[in-house]
Design a protein around this ligand. Structure first.
Ligand code: FES
Length: 114
C-alpha cells in the first residue's frame, strides 16, 4: 500500500496516510482531513492543485484533456504544456487532485495553503 505524505508549501506535515492504488487523490485527502482547497470535486474549478513527487525515476503520466484545459484556464500551465499529452509524474508542474489516481509508489503531496 502506498504511503502518502501531505505537506504544505513549507514542507510542514499535514497528514500521512496509506492509500490503495487507484484511489482518487482528492478522496484520500478528504478522508484524512487534509486541508486541501477544493470546490467542485469534478475537475472543473482548478482549486485542488497539488504537486507530487516520489523517490526513484519519473514515470510518464497522461493528464486528460479536461485536466490540462482546467490547469491552463487557471494559469497553472502554459499553452505548450496544455498541448502535451504526456508529462513526467514527478515535476514542478501542478496536477488537480480530483483527476489523479494514487499510483503504486509512496508520494509526497504538496498542498499549498494560500
Ligand atoms: S475540486 Fe475542482 S478541479 Fe478539483
Amino acid at each position: 500500500m502506498p504511503q502518502l505524505r501531505f505537506v504544505d508549501q513549507h514542507q510542514q506535515l499535514l497528514a500521512e496516510v496509506e492509500a490503495s492504488p487507484g484511489d482518487l487523490l482528492l478522496d484520500v485527502a478528504r478522508l484524512a482531513d487534509v486541508p486541501l482547497h477544493w470546490r467542485c470535486g469534478q475537475g472543473t474549478c482548478g482549486t485542488c492543485k497539488v504537486r507530487i513527487s516520489h523517490a526513484g525515476p519519473a514515470l510518464a503520466v497522461a493528464p486528460g484533456r479536461k485536466e490540462r484545459n482546467v490547469l491552463l484556464r487557471a494559469g497553472l500551465i502554459d499553452t505548450a504544456q496544455a498541448a502535451t499529452d504526456s508529462w513526467p509524474d514527478i515535476s514542478t508542474d501542478w496536477r488537480l487532485a480530483c483527476h489523479v489516481p494514487v499510483g503504486e509508489q509512496d508520494w509526497l503531496v504538496v498542498c499549498p495553503q494560500d
